[in-house]
Design a binder for this molecule. Structure first.
Ligand SMILES: C[S@@+](CC[C@H](N)C(=O)[O-])C[C@H]1O[C@@H](n2cnc3c(N)ncnc32)[C@H](O)[C@@H]1O
Length: 277
């Protein structure tokens, strides 16, 4: 596995599976016997963690006969969550080879490989036929994508008419503000492509989507980070958590994420769209 792509190089570490196994062993769980609940603290790699995935799922109408797409699936926590909750099929695609490898291994270990499959590839060049999926979602991925119009048009292309597209992302709240880095998706601002909600909604609409709603998740995300800080102050650093994926500077990344939101520079949003029938 090589990481020629700089975004994949930012995220990927060959040792990730072993690091997760060591963290789980620290709480008495053998990774080869891990269930979805053992992984929940560490496999939802976005502000709000599994709660954000639950809320996203609450907003979607997914049924067991659906086949849905997770664009930028990371190590696969949200894809496994959707497959378990709805009994549907989920295909995940991600740019980072090491994440795809860990996602496949954890999916097999948790017994979900018959319903969740993972592809390595790019959101801007999806290796799937037209009108293939009943729905698609993408959580905290677009901030790494320079050509967001292409992300939107590829999602549109692979959806059947009537299919949903749910986009969770960090949007620019103040266009004049200087973002504080590092953040989870960028060490220093390189390969960080942020846009306003208005620009995203315009692009989605231009693509052909019907935009159904746009929700500002700032308050929920700030509360999530504050609760994490309080827990660390009370109990010490967690033994398992997304910090394992984020790497050594996770504290700074999480602190800056919270500060960028509380100080009005960025805001997490969730935009729900539908491909017209
Ligand atoms: C912050 S993580 C979120 C992972 C996952 N969506 C989650 O919420 O657990 C961002 C992910 O986007 C992926 N990514 C970034 N740019 C991408 C692209 N052009 N195509 C596919 N995946 C991409 C990264 O490899 C990484 O796994």
């Amino acid at each position: 596995m090589t990481n020629d792509n700089p975004v994949a190089a930012h995220y990927g570490r060959h040792s990730l599976f072993d690091e997760i196994a060591a963290a789980l062993a620290g709480v008495g769980v053998d990774i080869e016997q891990a269930g979805p609940k053992d992984l929940t603290p560490l496999d939802h790699f976005h502000g709000g963690g599994v709660t954000a995935t639950e809320e996203l799922a609450d907003a979607l109408s997914v049924t067991a006969d659906h086949h849905i797409l997770d664009i930028g699936c990371g190590i696969g926590g949200p894809a496994r969550y959707m497959a378990q909750r709805f009994g549907c099929r989920v295909t995940g695609i991600d740019l980072t080879p090491e994440f795809c490898d860990v996602a496949r291994r954890l999916t097999k270990i948790t017994g979900l490989a018959d319903r969740v499959d993972i592809h390595e590839g790019s959101a801007t060049d999806l290796p799937f036929p037209d009108a293939h999926f009943d729905g698609a979602y993408s959580q905290n991925v677009s901030m790494n994508i320079a050509d967001s119009a292409r992300l939107h048009s590829e999602a549109f292309r692979v959806l059947r008419p009537g299919g949903f597209f749910a986009l969770s992302e960090i949007a620019v709240a103040d266009p004049d503000a200087t973002i504080t880095y590092p953040v989870p998706w960028s060490a220093d601002g390189i390969h960080s492509y942020l846009e306003s909600v208005e620009d995203t909604v315009r692009s989605l609409t231009d693509t052909g989507f019907e935009v159904l709603s746009s929700k500002d998740n700032s308050a929920r995300t700030v509360k999530f980070y504050a609760a994490q800080r309080e827990k660390i102050a009370r109990d010490g650093p967690p033994k398992t958590g997304v910090h394992i994926i984020m790497g050594a500077d996770y504290r700074e990344k999480q602190r800056n994420s919270a500060l960028n939101i509380t100080e009005g520079r960025l805001k997490p949003v969730e935009i729900l769209c539908r491909k017209p029938v």
